[in-house]
Design a binder for this molecule. Structure first.
Ligand SMILES: Nc1nc2c(ncn2[C@@H]2O[C@H](COP(=O)(O)OP(=O)(O)OP(=O)(O)O)[C@@H](O)[C@H]2O)c(=O)[nH]1
Length: 623
């Protein structure tokens, strides 16, 4: 695209040259040049090679502070040389009251292009009136700006535009009156139709790429939000939509596509979309950085900012544009700077995803900074600076999307770590409890065994008691039948024990009982006998695998040992003897415990009857 037209700019003719008093005239011109240099301006010559021309160098302006001037008044002001060249060569004046008149004197040297398109490259001006006046007095008037319906534009394009008819070689005065509650920015450009078509195509392509990125990110994160239900994704989507709306509004696409019939919305959409975008950004930052957990004070400030933008958004529906927009614009700088502070604080507190967040935010701040720097004429206007906001915000949103993924991954890792640790702790506890339980069970079993043992033992002698004896004897009986082995049952009764008690006392009697029990147990060990205290001074023993003869021999040996050594008492030795009855239970017998005991008792009775201190078997005499 040709952006450097070959212009033949020639100084304008003096309005009323003085023919006489040439010296005076010269002096006057010199004085005019010195005192009012601003009124001098160049005529725009549109040559054959000219396709597009920025009008700033050929434009003079007049500020009609109360906005009452009509075209005639504006022409008079021009004749009075009250018009000045644009300050710093561009038409930016900030927020201004009244109306601004701009004048361009143009001569079309290209007979083949009689019709040109005048484009105001700023979408937010409220009202533009474009007048042309040829030397022959023919004049035209067109109105535009976002206070008019979008359909009233010469070409359906996001910036206000007007057809300008410039007959060949005829000087034409173009007057543009602009009145706006928005910032007074009037970058006017004149295009041939083909040049404009190329510009529109390239610009739409660039805008398409930008919004394509936004739409792709939107749907990508929408799917993630729907599947993960992480609220950060929701606020990210909100942020994308609201910020996309801001740019749609600023570049005029909102008016073109979203609300072409609503000049009210065209007027109020700027502060409203700024407030929405800031609410989205603040809430996203709070959520992403988990401020309520990591920096409580920062979280409160963030909440305060959200409340401020909510109130400002509501107020913006009622307040005039000239009040709401500057407040919203100024608050944006505080808001985005604060988000950067939040990112830095949380990053310094060790939250790793905050690094990516900060990187994304830096891209956005850099882009916005470059955009602001052009406005203040600190940076030259070139692609990277002019489209800094778009590039920065696209980068920011891409990086934020990556940061969200990173944050999700680190949250998942954190969760997995917590679950793993909890599992390990649980396993450790279970193991600990199991060990405790095992040792408690062992203790319990031990206690139970001791209890059972105690319940089976006689308290005085430590031998088994009668009830246990019956159970154990029953088992031995079964075993002997199963194995076809004989059993011998032995009843041992100490002789004249009453006398021992009577002579030596009950305690000595106890001593003798313990001693006799110990001796009997010791003698029966080799025979694997089941021995018990049957009651009083009477003992009972079962000798497995012994027949009557063997049993009688053991009994005799036992008797002999008892009678041969007295019980060593505290005072003096006490002789103790025993009578023993022996009875054999053969394996083929089906005799029960009680019957066997009775037979053995019979044998004992015999021993007692036959003089004591002897062994008797049931049915045969041994000693
Ligand atoms: N010191 C003590 N004496 C007991 C115990 N159990 C029973 N006796 C005594 O044993 C004696 C048994 O007396 P008797 O049934 O008359 O029998 P004995 O005097 O041994 O006479 P014979 O059996 O006929 O030889 C009683 O005096 C009981 O008090 C005990 O646990 N300790």
């Amino acid at each position: 695209m040709n952006t450097t037209p070959a212009l033949a700019a020639v100084p304008s003719r003096p309005a009323s040259p003085q023919r006489h008093w040439a010296g005076w005239a010269l002096l006057c011109l010199l004085a005019a040049a010195l005192l009012a240099p601003a009124s001098a301006h160049t005529v725009l010559n549109l040559e054959r090679s000219t396709r597009e021309v920025e009008l700033a160098p050929f434009t003079t302006y007049y500020h009609d502070t109360d906005g009452r001037l009509d075209l005639d008044g504006a022409r008079r002001a021009l004749a009075d040389k009250r018009y000045k060249p644009l300050p710093n060569g561009n038409g930016s004046f900030g927020f201004q009251p009244g109306a601004y008149w701009f004048h361009i004197a143009a001569v079309n040297r290209n007979a083949e292009v009689p019709r040109w398109l005048l484009v105001q490259q700023f979408a937010l001006s409220d009202r533009l009136d474009v007048y042309t006046r040829a030397r022959d007095g023919a004049s035209t008037h067109q109105a535009g700006g976002d206070s008019q319906l979008f359909a009233s534009r010469a070409i359906r394009y996001r910036h206000p535009n007007f057809w300008i008819d410039l007959p060949a070689d005829q000087p034409v005065d173009i007057f543009v009156r602009v009145r706006s509650d928005s910032s007074m920015q009037v970058p006017l450009t004149l295009y041939t139709l083909s040049a404009f078509t190329e510009l529109a195509r390239d610009a739409q392509f660039g805008i398409g790429i930008y919004y394509g990125i936004l739409v792709a990110l939107f749907f990508y994160n929408l799917v993630l939000w729907l599947s993960l239900r992480d609220s950060s994704y929701f606020w990210y989507l909100f942020h994308i939509c609201a910020f996309g709306l801001v740019l749609l509004t600023l570049n005029g696409l909102g008016f073109e596509y979203l609300w072409p019939r609503s000049p009210w919305l065209a007027d109020h959409s700027v502060p409203l979309s700024i407030c929405l975008a800031q609410i989205g950004m603040q809430q996203f930052a709070r959520n992403f950085l988990s401020l309520h957990r990591r920096w409580r004070l920062g979280d409160y400030v963030g909440l305060g900012m959200i409340a401020f933008f909510v109130l400002l958004g509501i107020a913006a529906t009622q307040l005039p544009y000239r009040i709401a927009t500057p407040i919203a614009s100024a608050a944006v700088f505080v808001s985005i700077a604060w988000i950067a502070v939040e990112g830095i604080v949380v990053m310094r507190r060790g939250y790793k995803p905050a690094r990516l967040f900060l990187l994304a935010w830096s891209a956005f701040l850099l882009g916005t900074g470059m955009f602001a720097a052009i406005a203040f004429d600190l940076l030259p206007k070139m692609f990277i600076t002019e489209y800094g906001v778009q590039i920065g915000s696209a980068l920011e949103m891409l990086l934020l999307s990556v940061a969200l993924g990173y944050r999700y991954a680190s949250l998942r890792n954190e969760n997995e770590r917590i679950v793993r640790e909890a599992k390990e702790q649980l396993e450790h506890k279970v193991e600990q409890r199991t060990t405790e339980l095992r040792s408690t069970l062992a203790l319990l079993e031990d206690a139970h065994a001791r209890l059972r043992e105690t319940s089976q033992r006689d308290g005085l002698t430590g031998l088994h008691n009668r009830s246990h004896f019956r159970e154990a004897f029953e088992a031995l009986l079964h075993r002997s039948r199963r194995q076809h082995r004989p059993l011998v049952l032995m009843m041992i009764d100490l002789d004249h024990f009453k006398q021992i008690n009577d002579h030596h006392g009950h305690l000595v009697g106890d001593e003798c009982l313990r001693w006799a029990a110990g001796l009997i147990a010791q003698i029966l060990i080799p025979h694997h006998a089941l021995l018990a205290r049957f009651g009083g001074e009477e003992f009972v023993a079962v000798l497995p695998d012994h027949d009557l003869d063997a049993g009688a021999r053991v009994a005799e040996a036992l008797r002999l040992r008892l009678s041969s050594q007295p019980c060593p008492s505290r005072s003096h030795d006490i002789p103790v003897t025993a009578s023993i009855g022996v009875y054999e239970i053969t394996p083929d017998s089906d005799m029960g415990v009680e019957a066997a005991l009775q037979f053995a008792d019979q044998a004992l009775y015999l021993a007692k009857a036959e003089g004591r201190d002897c062994v008797r078997v049931w049915g045969a005499a041994v000693a």
